[in-house]
Design a protein around this ligand. Sequence first.
Ligand SMILES: [Zn+2]
Length: 56
Amino acid sequence: MKSTRKGLRDGDLFKDTYERLTCADCEQVLKTKNDPDNVFDIRTCPDCSTQYKDLP
Ligand SMILES: [Zn+2]
């Protein structure tokens, strides 16, 4: 799983005008899943289901 930072760098993600992380392919704002087992949140595209880890 890529980090959101790497996704942004690779052009898989971009930030919309409200600074929300958005999937570049689907132009869908990523959903956040808070996983209590992990120190980071999982960000998921609702369209293509690609997951990114949102490192602090
Ligand atoms: Zn997508």
